[in-house]
Design a protein around this ligand. Structure first.
Ligand SMILES: Nc1ncnc2c1ncn2[C@@H]1O[C@H](COP(=O)(O)OP(=O)(O)OP(=O)(O)O)[C@@H](O)[C@H]1O
Length: 435
C-alpha cells in the first residue's frame, strides 16, 4: 500500500506516460482512496467501495499503460483481460470468474517475489553452503571450506562447473481439470503439485557453472523458507484489498446483438461481469476471494457504441469517466525523448551492448514522430504503438550489422530516417504491410 499523494502519483506516472492528465488524476485519486479507506475505523471501512473507472479513448494512447504503471507503483496485483474474450465460442457465463482466479495467481507470484526478497540474506548463505558442498565435497574440513568460501566470494570460481541436486520443476503430470468441481474450472489441478508434495518433491542432478547455479539455489532456498500458506494468505489479502482489474474493449460487448450459434450474447457478458464488479465471492483453488474492494478499470474506444449503451447497472458501477485523447506528432516527440523508458533510450542501450554509439538529433526525432503520425493518419491510427514499428524499421539494418560495427558512431538525423523510411511512408500500400 502506497501512501503517495495524488499529486505524487501523477508525477510518477508522468515519468512514463505523456499527457492524458484526466486519466492520471482519476487513477491517482482511486489509489489514494484506498489509502484513505485503510485509515478508517473497521465499521465504516467495510462500507466504502472503490469508485471504478471507465477510460474512453482510441487504441494505443496509454489506457493500459497508465493502469499497469499504477499497479506497479502500488505493488498491487494487476490483471488485464479483453471483454470480447468472453464472447468467443465455448465460453460460458461463469468463466468471467476466471479473471479473479488469474488475479490470485498473479498475486501469488508477486507476493512470493516480495517475500523472497525478505528472506534473501538467509537464502543466500544457505545457497553458498550448497555450492561449497558441491565444490569441496560433503566431508571436507572446515579449513578447506573456508578457502573455497573466500575464493567464491571473490568471484574466482564463477566459471567452474559443478554438479548439483536441484528440485525438478518439470512436471511429468499433465494439468487436469476435475469435472464438476466448482472453482477448478480452467484453473486445473496440477497433479505434480499434489504428488510432488506427498513424496517430498523430485530431485534431479544438473551440471552448471558456479555463477549460474547461484540464482537457482537462492530461489530454491528462499522457497524453502517461505511458508506457502502465508504466501497464499497474503496474496488473497492483496487481491481483496488492492487488486486492480483492467477490462479492455468493454465497448465491444455493448452493441445489443442477438445470440448467434454458440456465441454468447454481448449483453450476457456484461451481466456476467456485473456481480464481479458489484462485489461477490469467487471460489478459487486457494480459497474464497471477495471482490468487493477490487478496483475495476474498464476501457474502450467507444467509436460506435456509447457508454450509455452499457447496461444501466454497469454504468452505475463505473461512475468515473475519463477521456484520453488521440496522440499528436508533438506527443510522439515527447514520448521519444522525455519518458524514462523512451524507445530512443532503449535502442541506444541495445546498440551500446555491441559497441555501437547512437546519437539522435532533434531533427531525427522530429522525422520519426512526423512519419509515425503520417502513417497513423493514412493507414490506421494505432497511437504510440506506431513508434515501435517505425523505429524497428529504421534500425533494421543496424540491428543486423551491429556486431560487425564495434566502435562506430551512428547519428540518427532526418537524413538517416528518410533513407530508411521515406519511400515506405509515402506509399500507403507498402506501409500497410511494413509499418
Ligand atoms: N501517452 C503515452 N505516453 C507514452 N507512451 C505511450 C502513451 N500512450 C501509449 N504509449 C505506449 O504505447 C503502447 C500501447 O499503449 P497502451 O497499451 O496503453 O494502449 P491502450 O490505450 O491501452 O490501447 P488498447 O485499448 O488498444 O489496449 C505502450 O507501450 C505505451 O507505453
Amino acid at each position: 500500500m502506497t501512501n503517495l499523494t495524488p499529486r505524487e502519483i501523477v508525477s510518477e506516472l508522468d515519468r512514463f506516460i505523456i499527457g492524458q492528465k484526466d486519466a492520471k488524476r482519476a487513477v491517482a485519486v482511486a489509489l489514494r482512496n484506498r489509502w484513505r479507506r485503510k485509515q478508517l475505523s473497521d465499521d465504516i471501512r467495510e462500507e466504502v467501495y472503490p469508485k471504478n473507472i471507465l477510460m474512453i479513448g482510441p487504441t494505443g494512447v496509454g489506457k493500459t499503460e497508465i493502469s499497469r504503471r499504477l499497479a506497479k507503483l502500488a505493488k498491487a496485483p494487476f490483471l488485464k483481460v479483453e471483454a470480447t474474450k468472453f464472447t468467443e465460442v465455448g465460453y460460458v457465463g461463469r468463466d468471467v470468474e476466471q479473471i479473479i482466479r488469474d488475479l490470485v495467481d498473479a498475486a501469488i507470484a508477486m507476493t512470493r517475489e516480495l517475500m523472497r526478497e525478505k528472506v534473501k540474506a538467509t537464502a543466500h548463505s544457505a545457497a553458498e553452503d550448497r555450492v561449497i558442498d558441491a565444490l569441496a565435497g560433503d566431508n571436507a574440513r572446515e579449513q578447506t571450506r573456508e578457502m573455497f568460501r573466500k575464493k567464491l566470494r571473490a568471484g574466482e570460481l564463477d566459471d567452474k562447473e559443478i554438479e548439483l541436486e536441484v528440485a525438478d520443476t518439470s512436471s511429468p503430470f499433465p494439468m487436469m481439470d476435475i469435472p464438476g468441481q466448482p472453482g477448478m474450472m480452467g484453473g486445473g489441478v496440477n497433479l505434480g503439485d499434489i504428488f510432488g508434495k506427498a513424496f517430498g518433491g523430485r530431485k534431479t542432478r544438473r551440471r552448471m557453472s558456479v555463477a549460474a547455479s547461484y540464482q537457482l539455489l537462492i530461489t530454491e532456498e528462499a522457497d524453502k523458507l517461505l511458508d506457502t500458506e502465508a504466501v497464499t494468505r497474503e496474496a488473497i489479502e492483496a487481491v481483496e484489498q488492492n487488486g486492480i482489474v483492467f477490462i479492455d474493449e468493454i465497448d465491444k460487448v455493448c452493441a445489443r446483438a442477438e445470440t448467434r450459434g454458440a456465441d454468447v450474447s454481448r449483453e450476457g457478458v456484461q451481466r456476467d461481469l456485473l456481480p464481479l464488479i458489484e462485489g461477490t465471492t469467487v471460489s478459487t483453488k486457494h480459497g474464497p476471494v471477495k471482490t468487493d474492494h477490487v478496483l475495476f478499470i474498464a476501457s474502450g474506444a467507444f467509436h460506435i457504441a456509447k457508454p450509455s449503451d452499457l447496461l444501466p447497472e454497469l454504468q452505475g458501477r463505473l461512475p468515473i469517466r475519463v477521456e484520453l485523447r488521440a496522440l499528436t506528432e508533438a506527443d510522439f516527440v515527447r514520448i521519444l525523448t522525455e519518458t524514462d523508458n523512451a524507445l530512443t533510450r532503449q535502442y541506444k542501450a541495445l546498440m551500446a551492448t555491441e559497441g555501437v554509439g547512437i546519437d539522435f538529433t532533434d531533427d531525427g526525432i522530429r522525422a520519426l514522430a512526423r512519419i509515425a503520425a503520417e502513417v497513423n493518419s493514412t493507414v490506421e491510427n494505432i497511437g504510440a504503438r506506431r513508434l515501435y514499428t517505425v523505429l524497428e524499421r529504421v534500425f533494421e539494418e543496424l540491428s543486423f550489422t551491429a556486431p560487425d560495427r564495434d566502435g562506430e558512431k551512428v547519428t540518427v538525423d532526418a537524413t538517416f530516417v528518410e533513407k530508411y523510411l521515406s519511400e515506405l511512408a509515402r506509399s500507403t500500400d507498402l506501409s500497410r504491410y511494413v509499418l
